[in-house]
Design a protein around this ligand. Structure first.
Ligand code: GLU
Length: 473
């Protein structure tokens, strides 16, 4: 059997963390088996479904590298097919017209609730004769599926194990509304069948739908797929993950400077494990992923772990790849990077120091933008009159260097220290503030080497002016 799995989002919002994790698991099932992964857009709720949401979902999937193998299916384009199969079920007497009014159903529901029993349709129209139907021709009706009344539905959920529901618990589901439109569960069944789905991976909030869907599939003579219902994701406070916990859309994580590799690694571990291993490449996941290794318990979001993974990937992915992502973040910040060091060099210097690419871009501005002012705290501490002499000395030495590289810069700094008989800090810190505008930067010689020689000399001049102005005031 060739595996076909799907992701079936309702396009009522962006691709959130929970949805992305479900999509990832479904994608891995297909990729691990060398099968197919397909998308279905469940857009029958026309009021709440939007094109922007559809685009946002595709964008999130693409960013994560969750590729799909066929053109996505849209439920709103398949009404004819749903209608056809409703008719087929009618002809086979596996579905029937129900004329019960809203009032009757509501009253029944209230009585059942009052009596403490689970509200369900009582089957009034289930046994109407042909003559009775004839007599009611012209009245509005819905179409109900004739759910089996005996036995039970059993399925082996890959995550939850064997689940058995007695058919007596299930009433006759409406599959077409009064206006003829199909209902949710019916669409899902028809689509899963037509799309040849062998593995349904979805949120646990759908678990109650599964026995109903299995009964309808069976009535249609369709094969029953395998099911895996994944648990919820909670925020770090133990409540259901929501906006309150920060970013929830995956593209928001992209915008904040997370790498898709980190996000994938993070998402897969939200409820799935493989021994105590934490770091997994995509290729490795495809080799080892098994649905049965998914945990039944809800998992909690942990930003620290995501940060840790992000830094890990910034440090270990091919540096060109990280640099390409970094370029985008500079663009977003409005920083032009054409004139300045190669971004790969910036990544090599800064990856150790930041949690996200956005942060990396933000603290690396001085490589590409003029330093026009100094960080107030750093200037107060390091751009003082005592720094005048060391700065003037190092300025001259740096200006005279004929080979501008970390080694010669390092030597120049040493020479200044020796000539003035001062320690490294007395030269290094003022120089750092002068060259980068602040008191935090990677190793000074490596940082300066990435900057333009003339620019460094000019920035030291600016720092000297700053000290002079301070003295004068
Ligand atoms: N559209 C449903 C959702 O977004 C998924 C249904 C399914 O996977 O069967 O929750």
């Amino acid at each position: 059997m060739s595996v076909v799995s799907r992701f079936a989002p309702s396009p009522t919002g962006y691709l959130h963390v929970g949805g992305a994790r479900t999509a990832l698991y479904a994608w891995l099932v297909a990729r691990a088996a060398g099968g197919k992964f397909v998308l279905r857009i469940e857009d029958t709720d026309r009021e709440r479904s939007t094109q922007e949401a559809i685009d946002a979902i595709f964008e999130g999937m693409r960013w994560l590298g969750l590729t799909w193998d066929e053109e996505p299916i849209y439920q709103t384009q398949r009404f004819e097919r749903y209608g056809e199969l409703t008719q087929q079920l009618m002809q086979e007497d596996k579905a029937y017209k129900c004329y019960c009014s809203q009032e009757r159903l509501e009253k029944m529901r209230e009585e059942q609730m009052a009596a403490g029993v689970k509200p369900r349709y009582d089957g009034k129209c289930r046994h109407l004769t042909a003559a009775e139907h004839e007599a009611r021709a012209g009245e509005p009706f819905v179409i109900r599926f004739r759910n089996p009344q005996e036995g039970s539905v059993v399925f082996d959920d890959h995550i939850r194990g064997r689940i058995e529901i007695s058919n007596q618990e299930l009433d006759d589901l409406i599959i077409a509304r009064t206006d003829g439109t199909p209902t949710y569960n019916f669409c899902v069944v028809v689509d899963d069948w037509d799309m040849g789905i062998t593995h349904v991976v979805r949120g646990e909030d759908h678990i109650n739908n599964t026995p109903r869907q299995i009964n309808i599939l069976a009535a249609l003579g369709a094969p029953i797929p395998e099911y895996a219902h994944v648990s919820m994701i909670l925020g770090d406070d133990g409540k259901k993950l929501s906006k309150r916990h920060g970013a929830v859309s995956v593209t928001e994580y992209r915008d904040k400077g997370y790498l898709p590799e980190a996000m994938i690694n993070y998402l897969v571990r939200l409820g799935w494990s493989h021994g105590d291993q934490e770091v997994f490449s995509r290729e490795e996941l495809i080799k080892i992923f098994k649905l049965s290794d998914i945990n039944k318990a809800a998992s909690a979001f942990n930003t620290e772990k995501l940060n840790w993974l992000n830094q890990h990937y910034m440090k270990t992915l091919p540096v060109e790849q990280v640099a390409a992502e970094l370029a985008w973040h500079f663009e977003e910040l409005g920083v032009a990077t054409e004139d300045g060091p190669a971004l790969v060099e910036v990544v090599k210097l800064q990856a150790e120091r930041v949690k996200t690419l956005r942060e990396m871009a933000d603290i690396s501005r001085y490589f590409f933008e003029a330093v026009t002012e100094f960080d107030a705290d750093a200037a107060k501490k390091h751009l003082r009159p005592v720094a005048k002499e060391p700065l003037a000395d190092i300025q001259q030495r740096l200006a005279g260097l004929t080979n501008w590289n970390a080694e010669s810069i390092h030597q120049a700094i040493q020479d200044t220290c020796a000539a003035l008989e001062v320690g490294m800090g007395k030269v290094g810190m003022p120089l750092r503030v002068a060259a980068t505008g602040g008191g935090n930067s990677p190793s000074l010689d490596a940082t300066l080497a990435l900057l333009d020689q003339q620019a460094v000399v000019a920035r030291i001049g600016l720092a000297l002016d700053f000290i002079a102005a301070r003295e004068a005031s």
